[in-house]
Design a protein around this ligand. Structure first.
Ligand SMILES: Cc1ncc(COP(=O)(O)O)c(C=O)c1O
Length: 383
């Protein structure tokens, strides 16, 4: 049986990983500045993470959500502490799309309304409502099309205010990434997030902070939305949460009340996933990875800004996007093939850096050296 060919693959088979490095089946080592798409938060196969999962595997791999699961409560307490969202409630699921799906559904249940505001270039996942709220018609199947999503221009206070003025009593929620990832690393402005908060308060709508990619410490704060100094009603999380073990979740404000049967999942909150997520938080706290992400990100952004050939740099912490000058579009390919560095991309021409938060300064310098040499190599060939 063949695999369903939906991913344009690099012709490289990765079979081993440690920290910020991965190896292919021939033993070639690569520097991972991509983190398997922002997923690796504390480093590949971190020993504490491996041990936590291994211990849990020996104790119990699975039971359903019909019994008390102390490890879920342990995770909820750890998340309350590290996120600073003290009285929030936790619902656990398995992926980013599922987290947003539940967030959107909850906003609708809570308000009894149908309309959701989303923004240009947003990416919220590939399942029914999450994909409907994603600004990419090519991945929305006819069955996912709904008249319930209102798309507005990103960071445009005026159009948001006008929309609420016109139909505020129909709006269940507003969903927004603190830093748009798939779009190519664009930050939501402080004034925009503050306006969302104020308008949701005024009209009784739910502010959903999609933190699947920009959350979990990557920006230098636990949630990138925190830079605006206001709280969202629901935060969706996944990616960095399990460091590669599939887990997602939503943090829910105390004003939103639970009811038996409102949400549910078979695998969400399974003990192995909770063990992985606890290991991530424990390492983040012990090694100060959030502060590190802020500092190393600042260094990396400044260094990139000063490299000849780099046109623009955007982002916060270790969530960075940059564009090259005309003639240097092949830099990402050269970095991978000749300098053995994995990076991410955003169409048409943004290179995305989403490394592990535990990346060392020496590894960052190794990347910068490779980038400069790759630029040099391309420029020399052109002359
Ligand atoms: C901001 C954002 N939301 C949601 C998702 C969907 O997450 P998943 O692929 O785990 O379903 C992604 C994935 O890239 C994302 O970047």
């Amino acid at each position: 049986m063949s695999l369903f060919q939906v991913y344009p693959l690099q012709p490289i088979a990765i079979t081993k990983a440690l920290g910020s490095h991965v190896w292919d089946d021939k033993g070639t080592e690569y520097l991972d500045m991509y983190g398997g798409h922002a997923v690796i938060s504390i480093g590949h196969t971190h020993p504490h993470w491996v041990k936590r999962i291994e211990d849990q595997l020996h104790a119990m791999a699975f039971y359903s959500n019909s019994v008390i699961m102390p490890i879920q409560e342990e995770l909820a307490a750890a998340l309350n502490k590290i996120s600073g969202k003290k009285d929030y409630q936790l619902f656990l699921c398995n992926s980013g799309a599922e987290a947003n799906e539940n967030a959107l559904k909850l906003a609708s249940f809570h308000t009894g309304r149908k309309k959701i505001i989303s923004f240009s270039k947003a990416f919220h996942g590939r399942t029914s409502l999450a994909v409907a709220a994603t600004d990419n018609p090519s991945i929305i199947a006819p069955v996912n099309e709904t008249g319930n999503i209102i798309f507005l221009p990103f960071n445009d206070v005026e159009s948001l205010t006008a929309c609420f003025a016109k139909q505020g009593d129909e709006i269940a929620g507003v969903i927004i990434e603190g830093i748009q990832g798939v779009a190519g690393i664009y930050e939501a402005t402080t004034i925009f997030l503050q306006t969302i908060r104020a308008l949701c308060d005024k009209h009784g709508a739910v502010y959903i902070a999609d933190s699947v990619q920009c959350g979990y410490g990557r920006s230098g704060k636990f949630f990138a939305h925190d830079f605006a100094g206001v709280n969202a009603d629901i935060y969706s999380m996944a990616k960095g949460m399990g460091n590669g073990f599939p887990i997602g979740g939503i943090l829910i404000a105390p004003s939103i009340k639970a009811k038996f049967g409102l949400l549910g999942t078979t695998f969400g909150g399974n003990p192995l996933a909770c063990a992985a997520a606890l290991a991530v938080i424990e390492v983040m706290e012990k090694d100060n990875l959030m502060e590190d992400a802020a500092e190393k990100g600042k260094y990396l952004i400044e260094a990139l800004t000063n490299i000849k050939g780099v046109k623009t740099v955007r982002g916060k912490g270790l969530m960075i996007g940059f564009e090259m000058e005309i003639g240097l579009e092949d830099v990402r390919k050269v970095l991978l093939n000749d300098y053995k560095v994995f990076t991410g991309e955003a169409k048409p021409n943004v290179i995305r850096l989403l490394p592990s938060l535990s990346i060392s300064s020496a590894e960052i310098d190794l990347f910068l050296k490779g980038l400069k040499e790759a630029i040099h190599q391309i420029s020399n060939k052109a002359n």
